[in-house]
Design a protein around this ligand. Structure first.
Ligand code: ZN
Length: 60
């Protein structure tokens, strides 16, 4: 599971919260060089497919 948090009034964020369904690791990811655009429901407009668990490598 990975989802945008700390969404601004412009419906963007550079912070993602994740929880690995395989090993249970969780935390936040601060994006340094990109911004996520979110819809009215707070979901990313584009699929967040490129993120893997740092501990076990499972897709988040
Ligand atoms: Zn994991």
């Amino acid at each position: 599971m990975i989802k945008p948090i700390n969404i601004t009034s412009l419906k963007t964020t550079s912070t993602l919260q994740y929880k690995c369904e395989k090993c249970g690791d969780y935390g936040t990811i601060k994006l340094e060089n990109s911004i996520i655009n979110v819809d009215n429901a707070g979901n990313s407009i584009y699929p967040l497919d490129d993120y893997k668990c740092k501990k076990c490598g499972e897709k988040l």
